[in-house]
Design a protein around this ligand. Structure first.
Ligand code: PLP
Length: 467
């Protein structure tokens, strides 16, 4: 695969170069690395018949030849994607009665609403049979970030390096947990994870800070924005970058996107088995930085049959407002129940805009969209739990927006991006109590190995140099 830049169509780099460099340099015009060319495979639908690991190897093989051999990719796939990705029908979980606080849905079978005005309560019971959750949270950190982080770790482990590598990441929660788990114990590299002290959940902090070893957990006395600023300052320092062999594991790294393309094909494959008569699905993606949605759109460009893609956000409506006809106006993030999506200036939107030639009209044709505020999110959560499906707040946003965006006769899939237990505290406030899976229970007894760091550039650089 050759990659280009969103801002410089003349630029060409290899996949390996893009992974190591993260971003095109300022002298190259900046922007983000994107595939220079994506054209549909004539046999894309046939790929759905392959088993998971074989299909992942095949897709990556087509994308990454000749840089990687099939044998190398088969090994990477085996190592990185060794957990299940179930597609779960909601109907199976349907209880016979609706929860008391849900209006009787029988009179309001309007499954169609404009994307602008989601009306989650309008879901008719029978429409359940057309809805599925693609569960992406069965990896080690219990969120979909495991796909990108584990793939990146497997790729980096196979790239030669003269010095030990430092993988530097700012996290508001889930990315750090996935990166820490993916790089822990790997020889020749260290993961430095910055998070805002006191502003991530205690469980998320445990996931980052109880591993120790080659995982350096840095609790920054500041906000998530401070963490991102500090990380950027390190990457902008060429001496430090070279000395520490710095790499980013944030979603600007194109390796993460390629890994995420794979489960969209898996959704299509399982849907064919579970609902043979269903047409191509409408897929709803709970979005913050829009990397996940971007990967889905790449899958469609490669030929994955899909009836539509839905950009689902929480109250951070930068993208929905733009698609509704407003100006594209980045703004500070607003805190919501689905905190991994609290992004007011989504970094991967630039890639999506690039894909559709920067025309709002083309973007509006390519997407459906909608948003759910916290009140509506809780409504969806309650309704899903009452029917026996334990969603987390991020999945609930996607489900609620999907219910409004799916048209009669269509089948909908929403991406369940995190295990509900990761958001135990949020859910408990509404009387919903997810059981803790063994992976999280095991963390509770481990001591924390974190270091508190002032939010200054020099203290971070000094700490990183100290080894
Ligand atoms: C990161 C994250 C998202 C948002 O994904 P983007 O690729 O940033 O749009 C959604 N849900 C969960 C649980 C996440 O961790």
């Amino acid at each position: 695969m050759r990659l280009t830049s969103t801002r410089n169509p003349a630029l060409r780099v290899s996949f390996k170069e893009a992974v190591l460099r993260n971003l095109p340099g300022p002298q190259e015009g900046g922007g983000l690395f994107v595939p220079a060319e994506l054209s549909p495979w004539a046999d894309a639908a046939e790929l759905l018949g392959l088993p998971w690991a074989e299909r992942c190897t095949e897709i990556l093989g087509r994308l990454l030849a000749p840089e990687y051999s099939r044998r190398e990719l088969a090994e990477i796939v085996r190592e990185a994607f060794d957990f299940p990705v179930p597609l779960v029908p909601l109907a199976k979980n349907a209880a016979s009665t609706l929860p008391p606080d849900t209006p009787d849905a029988s009179g309001s079978a309007q499954a169609v609403a404009t994307p602008k005005e989601p009306s989650p309560a309008a879901l008719a019971p029978e429409s359940d049979s057309r809805l599925f959750a693609l569960e992406l949270f069965h990896g080690p950190s219990l969120a979909f970030k495991d796909f990108g982080a584990r793939f990146l770790a497997a790729v980096l482990a196979r790239l030669p390096s003269r010095r030990p590598r430092t993988v530097l990441t700012a996290t508001s929660g889930d990315t750090g947990a996935a990166v820490a788990a993916a790089f822990w114990g790997r020889p020749g590299c260290r993961a430095a994870v910055l998070y805002p002290a006191g502003r991530i959940s205690p469980l998320q902090e445990r996931q980052v800070a109880c591993l120790g070893g080659n995982v350096l957990a840095l609790a920054v006395e500041g906000t998530f924005d401070d963490c991102q600023r500090l990380v950027k300052a390190c990457f902008a320092d060429p001496e430090l970058s070279a000395e520490l062999c710095l790499t980013s594991a944030n979603s600007i790294n194109v390796a993460r996107l390629l890994a995420q393309v794979l489960y969209y094909f898996e959704a299509g494959a399982q849907l064919r088995r579970l609902a043979p008569g269903a047409g191509p699905p409408v897929i709803a993606v709970p979005s913050g930085n829009f990397g996940n949605l971007c990967a889905g759109l790449y899958a469609r460009e490669l030929g994955l049959p899909a009836a539509g893609f839905v950009a689902a956000t929480n109250a951070n409506r930068t993208v929905p407002d733009y698609l509704d006809g407003g100006r594209y106006q980045p703004r500070p993030g607003i805190a919501t129940l689905s905190n991994a999506m609290d992004v007011g200036d989504p970094s991967n939107w630039e890639r999506i805009v690039h894909l559709y030639g920067r025309h709002r009209g083309a973007l509006r044709r390519a997407l459906r969209w909608g948003s759910l505020d916290d009140r509506a999110t809780v409504e969806v959560l309650r309704r899903l739990w009452a029917r026996g499906y334990r969603a987390d707040p991020h999945g609930a946003v996607a489900c609620g927006v999907l219910e409004s965006a799916v048209r009669p006769g269509e089948t909908g899939i929403f991406l369940a991006t995190a295990h509900p237990a990761k958001f135990q505290a949020v859910l408990a406030a509404y009387g919903l109590e997810p059981p803790l899976p063994p992976a999280l229970l095991a963390l509770l007894d481990r001591p924390l190995h974190r270091e508190v760091l002032p939010a200054g550039e020099e203290s971070l650089k000094e700490r990183l140099r100290a080894g």
